[in-house]
Design a protein around this ligand. Structure first.
Ligand code: IDP
Ligand code: MG
Length: 140
């Protein structure tokens, strides 16, 4: 299995409830390693750019508003098949459809305020990591 890196974000609903540690514990239990991490507050321009793939979706405006509403924790996760491993431990976008034990099943408030982001492909992981971190900030 290839060692990969993926981008993870702990979203404002989770930082507001002080559950970032519980989320990191789930990621680590799944076999993922946090090799970069920083807490930031995004400006509108940063959130718009990050979620540009969704710019024509009906939820885009609210998503940008939500992602700029409070602090977020950006992370690079590393491990075997990190992209799909992270998606699995995150659970489905809609917490009502997320498998038991997943981060979203346990912590998400609703389909928008769903506690975490995770890259959906190795290609997007590379792009998202480059958008959020400089090389020296990632220490494996
Ligand atoms: P993902 O985060 O599981 O990859 P995406 O489809 O990429 O899901 O959507 C990005 C984010 O946009 C979601 O995590 C969620 O915060 C928000 N979102 C997605 N679909 C909806 C929706 O139908 N209503 C409100 N917000 C949504
Ligand atoms: Mg997505």
């Amino acid at each position: 299995m290839p060692i990969q890196q993926t981008l993870s974000i702990i979203k404002p609903d989770a930082t507001a409830r002080n559950i970032t540690g519980q989320i990191v514990a789930k990621l680590e239990e799944a076999g993922l390693r946090v090799v970069a991490q920083k807490r930031v507050k995004w400006k509108q321009t940063e959130a718009r750019k990050f979620y540009a793939v969704h710019k024509d979706r009906p939820f885009y405006k609210d998503l940008v508003k939500f992602m700029t509403s409070g602090p977020i924790v950006l992370q690079v996760l590393e491990g075997n098949n990190a992209v799909s491993k992270n998606r699995k431990v995150m659970g489905a976008t809609n917490p009502e459809e997320a498998a038991p034990g997943t981060i979203r099943a346990e912590f998400a408030e609703n389909i928008e305020r769903n506690s975490v982001h995770g890259s959906d492909s190795a290609e997007n992981a590379g792009k998202e990591i480059r958008m959020c971190f400089r090389k020296p900030e990632i220490v494996g």
